[in-house]
Design a protein around this ligand. Sequence first.
Ligand code: PLP
Length: 368
Amino acid sequence: MTKSKISNPDVSRLVEGLIRPEVRELSAYHVPDAGDMVKLDAMENPYPWPGELMDAWLQTLRGISANRYPDPEARNLKARLRQAMGVPVEMEVLLGNGSDELIQLILMAVARPGCAVLAPEPTFVMYRLLSRVLGLTFVGIPLRADNFSLDMPAMRAAIERVQPAVVFLAYPNNPTGNLFEPEDVRAILQASPGIVVVDEAYTPFAGVSFLDELAEFGNLLVMRTVSKMGLAGLRLGWLAGASAWLKELNKLRLPYNINLLTQVSAEFALAHREVMDGQTAKIRVDREALFTELSSLEGVTVWPSYANFLLFRTLSGRAEGTFTALKRQGVLVKKLHGGHPLLEDCLRVTVGAPEENQAFLAALRRII
Ligand SMILES: *Cc1c(COP(=O)(O)O)cnc(C)c1O
């Protein structure tokens, strides 16, 4: 065997020379291992499928040919999705390996030196992270501190100043849970020189959408995912918009980005959408109950939410300790404190099954 001319001690120097600084600066996206904890950190739907549905799904899987490549265009799934979600007929649909991949595709398509991406903050961290990795300038405009609504004068000024190629608006917003004023979103669509992505990951819990406004705004792209409605494990996101945009993005998509199991399973699941709709309706009801109980706790401030999670604030300096104590009692939530100045002392809890919500509340009561 011939030995490599690069010896081990040389490797780190080589890495430093070759790997771009914006990549080396990153810490890998950290997903904590929940073990057997009550998992209320990632906005997952807590409910399994009923037995008959599970059996029918497995029966469907028996018919697939795993030795063959999947349909590169996932035509059957796309057709089912269009119908299930009511995508306007004149609009195109692009599928991604989660909406995370769609965010990446959009940014890859516009990335050129000096190009800016804008979003209100705090918001979904992937917009910033993927922008930075691709060498784009990310500009975050703080939301209003009291109710996390859009600071429209600041948004307008920033759009004017940086002329963003892409604006991301999560509707409802993660991690704050609120819906921006539709009139503000429309004003941003009008003022923006580039693409405005309305990220509707939580639509199943909000019941509102900009899908029907695609025809009106040529620069609007609506992004959705099946993750929060109960299919997070399948990794499937979709983007709807004018074919002029999606045709270009489609060129950057890897040929078989939606694997066979996901195509078949998502198509099956969407044909039984009423099961997931029933689950999300239940989560919406439980969200209100959890909101009421959290609001009644001394030392806790909780914000209303249109998603399947609640943002809450502990007393000053207590978020870290509360997070750790919850974990020690077997409940995993998301610590937001430290992520953005507006999220000081904040934690986020996913609305789980009733017994999970009760376990969380009981643990929290013991702590505070
Ligand atoms: C969870 C989330 C996503 C990611 O969705 P995937 O399809 O699972 O990649 C996108 N946007 C927002 C705002 C989210 O909270």
